[in-house]
Design a protein around this ligand. Sequence first.
Ligand code: ZN
Length: 167
Amino acid sequence: MKRSLAYKYCPQCGHLLTKKGPYYLECDNNHPYYVSPKPTVCVIIEKNQKVLIVKRGKEPHKGKWEFPGGFISPGDKIVSTAIRETKEELGVIIKVNGFVDSYVDIYPFKGVDYEVILFYLTAEIIDGELTPSEEVTEFKFVEKRILPDIDFGFEADKRAADGLFLH
Ligand SMILES: [Zn+2]
């Protein structure tokens, strides 16, 4: 797998990039390129002491369980991303209650391993009915004590689940 940190060409002019620092690249026209992870938001939706997990409808990790969420779009923020993504994936409106933790993970897609940083938030549903979508084919509320047995696709979700299990 090709790591996303290993960009070869300048996004400004297409010339070859040269490594100038651990996470800093430059082309021969001195265009800078900063290597950084893609920020992502994950939502732990709680209801009656249980948490919502969803089954992925798309690659990577299609068919595996995860916490709902997605990439932060340009101009978007952490809480607004959580609200937007859960509406898109599940058709519900949430209220974000808190920040749990953040983890670093790899998002493998079409031959490139993207480094992502995931911010985990807790939330509750305040409006709407949970509805499957193209991105989410199944969903269920599970007790925290069974979270370590769930077949999560992403390592970060496993770590977040283990953290919830302990609390
Ligand atoms: Zn350039």
